[in-house]
Design a protein around this ligand. Structure first.
Ligand SMILES: Cc1cc2nc3c(=O)[nH]c(=O)nc-3n(C[C@H](O)[C@H](O)[C@H](O)COP(=O)(O)OP(=O)(O)OC[C@H]3O[C@@H](n4cnc5c(N)ncnc54)[C@H](O)[C@@H]3O)c2cc1C
Length: 410
């Protein structure tokens, strides 16, 4: 599948950060991670840190799947608000999911601090705005349940919003001062893999897994170059292309559009907050370390890469207008980069991390939805724990079992 148009900002900004060989020989390893995006990188990093023998293969260059197209806001707030998520998975699991996302961002901060490479990680506040007055009820319900579960969030009135964002027409918002961040997911992926390699991980790109045979004691994979990989465990971290390995449809695909402005002098907006809203599909905004506005949204159901890409120019104009409406001082917004990408979401906004009966010795790490990167961190820890034979008391929240319930429809 073609996952995005050719020139996301991060690829142009960073170029080829590191080279990795294609796999040109047979390979035997304990854990084989199929997919060298942010999910595969975090998983391999956790496994290598724990002393597990691990290799990563990717059919593309490293990070050039969805990861290089990501806007990379790191939010503890899942696409499905907690009060709605509670209806899918129960209040306890919903609250735990939100807290796990908070912890995931903390842990990623720690990892990024220790990595000897630039990852673009920066702490940012986050604001979730009511798009219209009728959405205030949802904002209030969400505020109440987040407060009940000890999440540090403020309920902002229209006046509060206007004080911080003078032209913003929002009747109210939830402001999270502490628990958001942003990153450069492409750089972080390379940084994690470079570090994992220091701990023994092997990384191969331009290596396509073309067939998989699941046996009782191992998984046997064939590559496009005709080599065999034997692994005690397979991790499928193949992003939005993973659905082909699952019998049950668990995701919906969408097309999303992103623009990056030219650099802007001075403060762009209040505390460079991450901004998103109650409307669906929603608009999502952040700034970049080189002082640009990065805005994504104008999503629609994915039909084909061709149709997605033909809309890029029109969607870019609409996104620029969306920014100018909210921030008139930025008009006319000078667009430097734009791209279109495909992304997958699940019905409850949670990722799928776990096993399915049809594929023994295999664990899926599918960080879908607007928090995909945060979910990738959670997947990395769950898989590390499984490798060490350690019980992870949160793993059940993200298992495939929940998709068996009649209330779950992709
Ligand atoms: C435009 C856009 C904006 C986004 N914004 C955000 C955001 O703000 N915050 C956030 O948290 N998330 C965001 N996401 C989602 C996030 O980017 C994804 O969740 C994340 O990048 C997925 O990483 P991954 O490693 O699972 O998948 P990928 O990066 O796609 O990596 C999977 C890899 O598997 C490889 N692969 C597939 N099949 C095979 C095979 N058979 N053999 C070998 N290799 C294979 C692919 O080549 C690919 O490189 C956004 C996504 C898009 C597209």
């Amino acid at each position: 599948m073609n996952l995005h148009t050719p020139y996301p900002y991060w690829l142009l900004k960073n170029g080829f950060l590191f080279e990795y060989p294609a796999l040109r020989h047979p390979l035997q390893v304990d854990y084989l991670v199929m997919g060298g995006g942010i999910t595969g990188a975090l998983t391999a990093w956790y496994l290598a840190q724990a002393g597990v023998s691990v290799a990563v293969v990717d059919r593309r260059h490293i990070g050039m799947g969805s990861t290089c197209a990501s806007t990379a806001l790191l939010q503890y707030e899942i696409d499905v608000p907690m009060h709605k998520l509670a209806k899918f998975v129960g209040e306890k699991n919903a609250a735990r999911s939100y807290h796990l996302c908070i912890e995931a961002i903390d842990k990623m901060e720690q990892i990024c601090e220790e990595l000897p490479f630039s990852t673009g990680f920066e702490r940012k506040p986050s604001i979730y705005c009511a798009s219209k007055k009728a959405d205030l009820e949802e904002i209030d319900l969400e505020f109440a349940i987040r407060q009940k579960h000890d999440i540090r969030v403020e309920r902002w009135t229209k006046t509060d919003v206007t004080r911080a964002f003078p032209f913003f027409q929002s009747p109210g918002a939830l402001y999270s001062p502490h628990d958001g961040a942003q990153v450069d997911a492409y750089s972080l992926t390379h940084a994690l893999l470079q570090d994992a390699m220091k701990h023994g991980a092997q990384v191969f790109d331009k290596t396509d897994v073309v067939s998989i045979r699941h046996e009782k004691t191992q998984v046997e994979l064939q590559t496009n170059h005709g080599h065999t990989i034997r692994a005690k465990q397979l991790v499928i971290a193949s992003g939005y292309e993973s659905q082909e390995y699952l019998e049950q449809k668990v995701t919906r695909l969408h097309s999303t559009y992103v623009l990056v402005s030219e650099p802007i002098d001075g403060e762009i907006w209040y505390r460079d907050a991450l901004i998103w809203e109650t409307a669906r599909p929603y608009l999502y905004l952040r700034t970049t370390p080189d002082r640009r506005v990065l805005v994504g949204g104008r999503d629609e159901p994915f039909y084909s890469p061709g149709k997605r890409d033909r809309l890029l120019s029109k969607k870019t104009q609409l996104l620029a207008k969306d920014v100018e409406k909210r921030f008139p001082l930025l008009a006319p917004l000078q667009v430097d980069f734009n791209w279109a990408g495909t992304f997958a979401e699940t019905a409850d906004g949670l990722p799928f991390i776990g096993t399915v009966k049809a594929r023994p010795r295999t664990i899926f790490a599918l960080g879908f939805g607007g928090n995909g990167i945060v979910f990738s961190q959670i997947a990395g820890e769950i898989i590390r724990d499984a490798a060490l034979g350690k019980k992870n008391s949160d793993a059940h929240i993200f298992s495939f079992d929940r998709a068996k319930s009649s209330s779950y429809t992709a």
